[in-house]
Design a protein around this ligand. Structure first.
Ligand code: OSB
Ligand code: MG
Length: 369
């Protein structure tokens, strides 16, 4: 596979409903898509970096910079037989994992297309259907949140996750449990708590949560390990896990009992598979996180979720929860049993609606060998 051309597209897509976490509210996504042309194939990647550096240091603009100045020029005109050979090439660049992952994802798509294999099979996936949960942001009122939960439960989703932060936690969780004592429920703090909240976090134990996701600092294992020792509820790490070494360290320290894997956060599929394997060796179940992706990133997440240790429902849900019109065909559909059927056609298995991408494009840059 000789890389002939790489095109960056920034598309703008308004969310059907705003999404709010402890670090802020998003109403419209600016998404960096990337297409790679090689051997008559067009392959697609999506960069999951946010609009600003709030979830991690990266943003769509830092990714654009890293891709156009370094990552893309380094590989243009070069030949890669396998997508897994790409990442070592990027190792002189520190960080910028979401930017690296966008290019790496596209190469996996290309390799799958070239081999006429579904991407999930190329990744080593084993399941044909994946279990789905939803992540529901902070709302203006608790009543609005309860309404949203009801809609998602009726749609069949297997797990409800709500965002929490100081001031939007105990009352919210109590109201949910009053109404639905037995649903599979978890919460995600996106690092909203600190050491003087530890007593407060212990009160979460009474809600029988599947997990508390990333309660403390985004770069911490040590205090999460201390917290996990005295907490009944499982801690799940998201932001803190950047690679398989982090997963090993977190497991050995006892910093979590569950891990959320996001392809972009760990720098691509090759590393995501290593994180998956490391967790499996330590008996830690994983699930696939989401970053409000368009259909392209969503199709990557579906493929990754087919690996055997993805045994918990992920934040991989239907296109229509996010977009009036998704940029893939067909859009991602979730069954009333709360599952997605994994497509069997080559590559990602969902066609890109290139005319719609063109229409939504606000910025574009073509790089050639
Ligand atoms: O922490 O999982 C998170 C969205 C943006 C940034 C961080 C997170 C999220 C979500 C949304 O929870 C998951 C999704 O539905 O895509
Ligand atoms: Mg999270």
């Amino acid at each position: 596979m000789k890389i002939e051309r790489i095109t960056l597209h920034e598309i703008r897509m308004p969310l059907v409903h705003f999404f709010e976490t402890s670090f802020g509210r998003t109403t419209e996504r600016r998404i960096l898509l990337l297409s790679v042309n090689l051997d008559g194939i067009t392959a697609w990647g999506e960069c999951v970096a946010g609009e600003g550096p709030f979830y991690s240091e990266e943003s769509i603009d830092t990714a654009w910079y890293a891709l156009t100045n370094y990552l893309a020029p380094w590989i243009l005109g070069k030949r890669f037989d396998r997508a897994v050979d790409l990442l070592p090439h990027f190792s002189p660049i520190r960080g910028h994992r979401m930017a690296k992952a966008a290019l790496e994802n596209a190469l996996w798509d290309a390799e799958a297309q070239a081999k006429a294999l579904p991407l999930w099979k190329l990744l080593g996936g084993t399941r044909e259907e994946i279990p789905c949960g939803v992540s529901i942001g902070i709302q203006n009122t608790v009543e609005q949140l309860l309404e949203k939960i009801e809609i998602e439960l009726n749609a069949g989703y297997q797990r409800i996750k709500v965002k929490v932060k100081p001031g939007w936690d105990i009352e919210v969780l109590s109201r949910i449990r009053e109404r639905w004592p037995n649903i599979v429920l978890s919460c995600d703090a996106n690092s909203a708590y600190q050491l003087n909240d530890v007593q407060h976090l212990h009160t979460f134990d009474r809600f029988n949560l599947l997990m508390i996701e990333q309660p403390l600092w985004d770069d911490d294992f040590y205090f999460h390990a201390k917290l996990q020792k005295s907490l009944q509820t499982a801690i799940c790490l998201d932001e803190a896990i950047h690679n398989a070494r982090d997963a090993e360290a977190a497991a050995e320290l006892g910093a979590c009992r569950i891990v959320n894997i996001k392809v972009g956060r760990v720098g691509g599929f090759a590393e995501a598979i290593k994180v998956h394997d490391a967790c499996q060796r330590h008996g830690i179940p994983v699930w696939c996180g989401g970053m409000l992706e368009s259909g392209i990133g969503r199709s990557h997440n579906i493929a990754l979720s087919t690996l055997p240790n993805f045994s918990l429902p992920g934040d991989v849900s239907a296109s229509k929860r996010y977009w009036k019109e998704d940029i893939i065909e067909p859009a991602v559909h979730v069954s009333t049993a709360g599952t997605i059927r994994v497509p069997d056609n080559p590559g990602r298995g969902f066609a890109v609606r290139e005319d719609l991408v063109e229409k939504l494009t606000a910025r574009k840059e073509v790089l050639k060998a």
